[in-house]
Design a protein around this ligand. Structure first.
Ligand code: ARG
Length: 465
């Protein structure tokens, strides 16, 4: 029996690889992360070979046992293939042959590393998408917990980063809950195109063996199989779609981070960062830095970079497999690790790292002209055309600013001098509380609407659990 390790490639090669080229070529340094998926994919392949009579049941059993032994070795930390293995696929096959002898060399019948690596990466991504979806929900729950406490807490709302109209704080936070809901749905959609099996596409053209692709796909939980072998081994659309969905998650996390950073500044002072989630300065003892949101904002760029990298990697590739595709892995691994780290950190920050300063928020919404629209609306409900009312209120703001008065500080005489339609009820109409609760249109910041929106968000979260 020949028990020598399998030749990585055929006898046509006379000299060994230059050591620097071997290093350059190898992916084992990072694709070791795929090992569990590689083993699972190989087990399904071996079972399929048995089912179709390509190998015997005894051979199949030996192979599966050998693969499980490698899994144990890996989990115990004793399987550490080096550069000589080139990649995870060769590393496993080599170890399998060491463990079970020549029968290990039968595993690669009717398969290529090209369909194998495509299978591994899809199994990996499928699992990571599920984990990311669960993390998105954790983050949503953290936002909702704050929102529930603060339906009637007001916060200035901005456009152009200029005070615009006051908002329910819960409404503001629910905007991020809704973004995360779309992120969850986007991942759910990407998953449909991740979960397609390329196994059995062979190197590029299929195989001469009577394989059963459907069976192997079922064993691996794939929903479908690729209908074209060339497409199956060279498609990375799903990786790009995933990187795009990941980029949008980062856009949303980064926007929230930016707000947190502003809110934590002396200038805004809308939140305090708790000690468990902020850091100090090595030189300025008074400082407390918002490192978590800053890092999230900072890491966003590299996730965008991976999306760009994958797009460019694909754009000039002739069919079918090209070694360029080995570059997909580090991009995906880093994307997954970065987004998962950011989601975890933001969920913790929201759950225990940030406290909204309610008195300061109250003071903020009471001391501005963010109720000016409501004065115009007030006149409009009394029959004055809105544009005319808008111009009148512009004058009011101008004179109030000149005299250093807030709108609520104008006397009734002053109001009536502007327009006789003003009556004593103007004062109630322009309190921040009234201004917010009056915006009761669907999806608006009125308290009733916000309570309903909270319920919808909770419902959506429950539905997707
Ligand atoms: N390490 C390779 C990759 O990551 C595996 C596939 C190699 N296939 C080949 N024909 N060289 O893409």
């Amino acid at each position: 029996m020949d028990t020598s390790p399998p030749q990585t490639w055929s006898q046509r090669f006379e000299t060994a690889l230059h050591p620097a080229i071997a290093q350059f070529n190898a992916s084992i340094g990072f694709d070791i992360q795929l090992i569990e998926y590689d083993l699972t994919g190989s087990e399904a392949h071996a079972k399929m070979l048995v089912k179709t009579g390509i190998i015997s049941p005894e051979e199949g059993q030996q192979i599966v046992h050998g693969l499980e032994a490698i899994r144990q070795e890996y989990r115990q930390g004793t399987f550490n293939p080096g550069i000589e293995a080139e990649d995870i696929h060769f590393a496993v096959e080599r170890r399998l042959t060491e463990l079970i002898g020549a029968v290990g060399k039968k595993l690669h019948t009717a398969r290529s590393r090209n369909d194998q690596v495509g299978t591994d990466i899809r199994l990996y991504l499928r699992a990571q998408i599920e984990a990311l979806q669960a993390q998105l929900q954790q983050y949503q729950r953290a936002l909702l917990a704050i929102a529930e406490e603060h339906v009637e807490t007001l916060i200035p709302g901005y456009t152009h980063l200029q005070r615009a109209q006051p908002l329910s704080l819960a409404h503001h936070l629910l905007a991020y809950v809704n973004m995360a809901q779309r992120d969850w749905e986007r991942l759910q959609d990407v998953q449909k195109r991740v979960n397609i099996s390329p196994l059995g596409c062979g190197a590029l053209a299929g195989t001469t063996f009577p394989i059963d692709r459907q069976y192997a796909a079922e064993l691996l939980g794939f929903e479908r199989v690729y209908g074209n072998s060339l497409d199956g081994v060279s498609d990375r659309d799903f990786a790009i779609e995933f990187a795009c969905a990941a980029s949008l998650i980062m856009v949303h996390l980064s926007r929230l981070s930016e707000e947190m950073i502003l809110w934590a500044s002396e200038e805004f002072s809308f939140v305090t960062l708790n000690d468990s989630c902020s850091t100090g300065s090595s030189i300025m003892p008074q400082k407390k830095n918002p490192d978590v949101p800053e890092l999230v904002r900072g890491k966003t760029g590299r996730v965008f970079g991976h999306l760009q990298g994958l797009l460019v990697m694909m754009k000039g590739l002739p069919l079918a497999y090209n070694k360029d595709l080995q570059e997909d892995k580090e991009a995906l691994f880093d994307t997954v690790q970065t987004v998962r780290g950011c989601l975890e950190a933001m969920a913790i920050l929201l759950a225990e790292g940030v406290t909204f300063r309610v008195p300061r928020l109250r003071q903020a919404v009471n001391e501005d002209y963010a109720n000016a629209t409501d004065v115009a609306d007030y006149l409009a409900t009394k029959g004055i055309p809105f544009r005319e009312a808008y111009n009148l209120v512009g004058q009011v703001v101008k004179t109030s600013l000149g005299s250093g008065k807030l709108l609520r500080e104008l006397t009734l005489e002053e109001w009536q001098a502007i327009h006789p339609a003003f009556e004593a009820d103007i004062y109630d109409a322009i309190t921040p509380q009234q201004v917010v609760s009056a915006r009761n249109s669907y999806g608006g910041t009125g308290f009733d609407q916000v309570r309903q929106a909270l319920q919808r968000a909770q419902q959506a979260l429950g539905d997707s659990e």
